[in-house]
Design a protein around this ligand. Structure first.
Ligand SMILES: [Zn+2]
Length: 253
């Protein structure tokens, strides 16, 4: 009887250890982290007073410049919040002008596309779709609570814990849009089918592959100028000859 109990406890312990290892492995994949981040933010936004805020999550819009995936839109008479979530750990460095931002983690550095720029593209897409001037939009970049960030910008960059407070801080009524009408327009144009989502993923992959090929040949994918090796605050990197007009940067592996 005693042996059975020990065996049982061992099996439970092994089971828990296996689950922990699987979770830890899964969490290392940025795609999963991305989805988890978006789920967390979705939960935060759901707590906003529903009579004042209309929340739309994971919207995919196609226009003449391609498809655009918008993490979260919060429609309100205080402004239209457009939220881009980056659930990255480690140290995040960047500025509004940079083409890419830096992530330092476990002694390594990675570049990722400047989310302020990414979000500006989303604002433009929505402004066009809804026929509303850009001034009514409030772009917000939302970062993980598990990162340390230093971003040089006057735009709103907050960690998830401060997102709700940030939204509620906007108390001036800036518009009298019919929020349901706007939500309707967005949802009618939202591509929900699997094929559209796959096409969007392929489009991004293609753009990335094309950019990579150009950059590998030392040609700037942004402006077509030559790329050169530079020495920065955080070590050597590849930059565009056209700097400061062009802020394209690439990590040296
Ligand atoms: Zn360039």
């Amino acid at each position: 009887m005693m042996i059975n109990l020990y065996l049982y406890l061992w099996l439970v312990a092994i089971g828990i250890a296996t689950i922990v290892i699987i979770m830890a492995t899964v969490l290392r994949y940025s795609k999963v982290r991305g989805i988890l981040g978006e789920q967390t933010v979705k939960g935060i936004l759901e707590k906003l007073p529903q009579n004042k805020y209309l929340v739309l999550n994971d919207i995919l819009i196609r226009n003449s410049s391609g498809t655009h995936q918008i993490d979260h839109i919060v429609l309100s008479n205080y402004g239209i919040f457009v939220i881009e979530t980056k659930n990255y750990m480690g140290i995040i460095r960047g500025s509004e002008q940079n083409e890419n931002w830096l992530q330092f983690i476990k002694g390594k550095k990675y570049y990722f596309y400047n989310p302020i720029r990414q979000n500006y593209d989303h604002v433009k897409t929505l402004s066009e779709l809804l026929k509303i001037e850009e001034k009514y939009f409030i772009p917000v970049v939302c970062l993980s609570n598990n990162c340390e960030f230093k971003v040089n910008t006057k735009k709103i960059v907050v960690q998830m814990d401060y997102l709700e407070k940030e939204i509620l801080n906007h108390t001036d009524i800036t518009n009298d849009f019919n929020l349901y009408e706007l939500a309707g327009k967005i949802l009618i144009n939202n591509l929900t089918d699997k094929k559209a989502k796959e096409d969007h993923a392929k489009e991004i992959m293609k753009r990335k592959a094309n950019d990579k090929e150009l950059a590998d040949n030392m040609i700037c994918p942004k402006c077509g100028s030559n790329l050169t090796e530079r020495e920065g605050k955080y070590g050597k990197f590849i930059g565009c000859e056209n700097y400061p007009k062009c802020h394209y940067t690439k990590v040296i592996h």
